[in-house]
Design a protein around this ligand. Structure first.
Ligand SMILES: Nc1ncnc2c1ncn2[C@@H]1O[C@H](COP(=O)(O)OP(=O)(O)OP(=O)(O)O)[C@@H](O)[C@H]1O
Length: 277
């Protein structure tokens, strides 16, 4: 597996703060991987994201993005490889129409108009929002707004997409649509996804979960192994997903497949068992 981000012995202390917000963090992230970074409030998730995106500079340690250690000279180039989708879709809109909005990042790059129109159409198609291109972004649902925000990010062709609590303000349906879309894009567009969340249920589609606590990495494992920590997750301010909890209870009396099933998959499995009874 090829590394896209390699973090070594990273430390960060905010000016005038007494404690380090990030303490000796080392982490490799691989191309085309979906990694979730979880932890309670204040555990250091946002600080780590800002360090990766070069918005703040590490006190010590290094961050390599796509083979280059980030420094003052190459930070802008590194940043073109990273797109961020934030929590509140309303704070991300700048255009009067959906297409203007998606074009914003490209305008900043000084892309010629003709090419820009093509790229905007391509990005809107990827998030299945082409029919909405002339609409006012404010008239859309939360999930649709996030899909437009994702299109804005995809238009600039990043290799890495950071989702910073990007689905926490969405209703369950909007959230699921956005997460499934991200999974689909990861596979088809060869993206690396880093999702930052304090909600463990948002991590189901990821391949690896890193738990941050007090600025340090305390766990780094496959979701099923993290979920199996059960009540021990509470010391990191996290809860086991409902279906994982239900599966451990059900395993005492019925045979379930190995690994983790989300609520929908578990329900399907239970129906199958019932039909075969
Ligand atoms: N601008 C700042 N100045 C000083 N200390 C800060 C600043 N921003 C964050 N911190 C501190 O750094 C630590 C890590 O905070 P950070 O915001 O990275 O955590 P988080 O996991 O993203 O939390 P949340 O889920 O609340 O966003 C906390 O102790 C926090 O109080």
């Amino acid at each position: 597996m090829e590394k896209i981000i390699s973090i070594k012995n990273l430390n960060y202390t905010y000016p005038e703060a007494k404690q380090e917000a990030i303490k000796n963090v080392s982490l490799d992230i691989y191309k085309n991987e979906w990694i979730s970074i979880v932890g309670k409030n204040g555990s250091g998730k946002s600080t780590l994201t800002k360090l990766i995106d070069g918005l703040i500079e590490a006190s010590s340690g290094t961050i390599e993005v796509d083979g280059q250690i980030i420094n003052e000279e190459n930070i802008w180039e590194a940043r073109t490889k990273i797109g961020i989708i934030f929590q509140n879709p309303d704070h991300q809109f700048v255009g009067a129409t959906v297409e203007d909005d998606v074009a914003f990042g490209l305008e900043n790059q000084g892309m010629p108009k003709e090419q820009m129109v093509k790229e905007v159409d391509r990005a809107l198609k990827l998030v299945k929002m082409s029919d909405f291109k002339r609409r006012d972004p404010q008239s859309l649902s939360g999930g649709q707004k996030q899909r437009v925000a994702i299109a804005g990010v995809l238009a600039t062709k990043p290799q890495i997409v950071i989702m910073d609590e990007s689905t926490s303000m969405l209703d369950p349906e909007g959230r699921q649509t956005v997460l499934n879309l991200i999974q689909d894009l990861r596979k088809k567009q060869d993206l690396t996804i880093i999702s930052i969340t304090h909600d463990i249920s948002e991590t189901e589609l990821s391949q690896r979960i890193v738990v941050l606590n007090d600025g340090q990495i305390v766990q780094d494992d496959k979701p099923v192994n993290i979920y199996n920590m059960g009540t021990h997750l509470s010391k990191y301010g996290l809860e086991e997903p409902f279906s994982s909890e239900l599966m451990s209870t059900l395993r005492d009396s019925i045979k379930l497949p190995e690994g983790y099933l989300n609520e929908e998959e578990l329900m399907e499995q239970l129906w199958k068992l019932r039909l075969n009874m």
